[in-house]
Design a protein around this ligand. Structure first.
Ligand code: CA
Ligand code: CA
Ligand code: CA
Length: 141
């Protein structure tokens, strides 16, 4: 790898650990971010690719690494407008066990809901470049 490839890789892994908002802040081109999110490399960012990314995000946010997110931990995973509704989202998706934390299935349930209802506005099952750009616009409010 040459130096610029290395730097791009470093920027991407930093962006990943900080969540998607960092893609925008670090100036990662949308095309690059989408290619990165496309875990199975089929050229589309599907719901599965998106949830793959969220699994990584959950691991980062789960500070005590108990496999569940408290409200405080969960809040760190949502950005922009979604953060205004973080508490309602947390309560709505906290269905199993009713402890004050979300397990991975609940967390992915929330993120699937966000993907299907807010991100994939064309409802074709994939996050397009346009949809991704719109999402980033929503984050920068
Ligand atoms: Ca894919
Ligand atoms: Ca935890
Ligand atoms: Ca779409």
């Amino acid at each position: 790898m040459n130096r610029s490839t290395v730097m791009a890789a470093v920027a991407l892994s930093a962006a990943l650990s900080a969540g998607s908002v960092a893609f925008a802040q670090m100036g990662v081109a949308p095309e690059v971010a989408l290619r990165f999110l496309d875990a199975d490399k089929d050229g589309k960012v599907s719901l599965n690719d998106w949830l793959n990314f969220q699994v990584t995000k959950m691991a980062e946010a789960d500070l005590d690494q108990n496999g569940e997110l408290t409200y405080k931990e969960f809040k760190e995973t949502v950005q922009g407008r979604a953060r205004d509704n973080a508490e309602q989202s947390f309560n709505a998706f906290n269905r199993e066990g009713r402890q004050r934390s979300l397990n991975q299935r609940e967390f992915l349930g929330y993120n699937a809901y966000v993907f299907n209802n807010f991100l994939d506005t064309t409802k074709d099952g994939a996050l397009s470049l346009e949809e991704y750009t719109k999402m980033m616009g929503g984050l920068r409010k």
